[in-house]
Design a protein around this ligand. Structure first.
Ligand code: AMP
Length: 189
């Protein structure tokens, strides 16, 4: 049973690797970014509250994201495992996640932290911005802001899990398949 978290800075390849891994492991892919983008497109109450933060590269307030994750994890398809991509992004989210999973008696089994050096991240993010990914938060300034927010608010989440015995740091540099292999190896180690 895999109940996984995928950590890493913007541009590290979290989304790509998460989708591949979910296919291989047969668990649902839970991306809070995807859920929030859908809410924005639907102009739901959540979307209206989240849009401004997302468009400026800031984090959506913890209470909103924690609530939507709690609802998602309570869905029946998560009973056989899941992969969280883009959550938790703050220490408060990590603590709330522990509490909600304790209630479900279903603790996290693996935390994969994709590591990519800052210079490479910037290059990748710039590439994504100039290619016009279709994401409204992919302009260069917003991408730089997202990176800043990552270092300030999300990087400490790695420290939260580092000594848990579930933490696997994986080099995110290289071909997509290579990185997938590394992750799978780290999960079996
Ligand atoms: P992502 O697709 O994961 O990069 O997320 C896109 C945007 O959605 C982020 O820049 C945040 O504004 C928001 N977001 C996604 N996940 C979270 C989260 N766990 N906490 C706060 N904001 C989030």
């Amino acid at each position: 049973m895999n109940r996984m978290i995928m950590l890493g800075p913007p541009g590290a390849g979290k989304g790509t690797q998460s989708i591949i891994l979910c296919g291989k492991l047969g668990v649902p892919h839970i991306s809070t970014g995807d859920i929030l983008r859908r809410a924005v497109a639907d102009q739901s109450e959540l979307g209206l509250k989240a849009k401004e933060f997302m468009d400026s590269g800031q984090l959506v307030p913890d209470a909103l994201v924690i609530e939507l994750t709690k609802e998602r994890l309570a869905q029946p398809d998560c009973a056989e495992g899941f992969l969280l991509d883009g959550f938790p992004r703050t220490l408060a989210q990590a603590q709330s996640l522990d509490a909600m999973l304790q209630e479900l008696n279903a603790p996290i089994t693996d935390v994969v932290d994709l590591r990519v050096e800052e210079g490479v991240l910037l290059e990748r993010i710039k590439g994504r911005a100039s290619a016009g990914s279709g994401r409204s938060d992919d302009s260069l300034e917003v991408a730089a802001e997202r990176l800043k927010v990552y270092w300030a608010q999300t990087a400490p989440v790695s420290g939260y899990y580092r000594d848990s015995g579930k933490y696997r740091e994986v080099d995110g540099l290289g071909a997509v398949e290579e990185v997938t292999e590394r992750i799978l190896k780290s999960l079996n180690a």
